[in-house]
Design a binder for this molecule. Sequence first.
Ligand code: AR6
Length: 174
Amino acid sequence: MQLKINGKTLELTQGDITSQETDAIVNAANSGLRGGAGVDGAIHRAGGPEIMKESRLLGGCSTGSACITTAGKLKAKYVIHAVGPVWRGGESGEPQLLASAYRKSLEIALEKGLGSISFPSISTGAYRYPLDDAAAIAIATVKKHLAGETPLKNVVFVLFNEAAFKAYQRALSS
Ligand code: AR6
């Protein structure tokens, strides 16, 4: 499923983000950049130890922010480590922090002049953010970025399962 915005493409696909060939893939990281389970574990396993070596040098990345490393053995050139919020009921700034994690990732892509980037569904696994709400924020933040001046021509959401794919489809078509 695709949407054209300002001559650029926003695409949804179901699969494993580690096999994406976009310039950057985004990791759903923790603020310590310590690695973990879920998409974080998959990225470090597939990319090899170089990504963790660079992550350690960064010394952490605050919630709602994003930091960049190279991508080791992955096909992508960079991994952008975005730190989404843990869901605590929605009254602790979670929507703003989630939007900010996406926005900061897109700003890093812009600074680096990247043409393409893939996102997972940040915060909706271990961090328990409700899927439909997270999808609406993710899609709205990317749409806003693509409507402005950016070198990004292609933004892909790589959804790991059907439930996530359907939630992002709903968000994209609403
Ligand atoms: N490709 C794409 N999406 C994936 C993949 C994959 N290979 N594997 C899982 N997902 P999560 P969070 C989906 O838990 O909620 C880690 O331990 C998954 O189905 O990876 O932001 C970190 O170190 C879900 O929809 O990230 C942090 O401590 C989505 O990715 C913490 O979890 C996000 O789930 C971050 O939690």
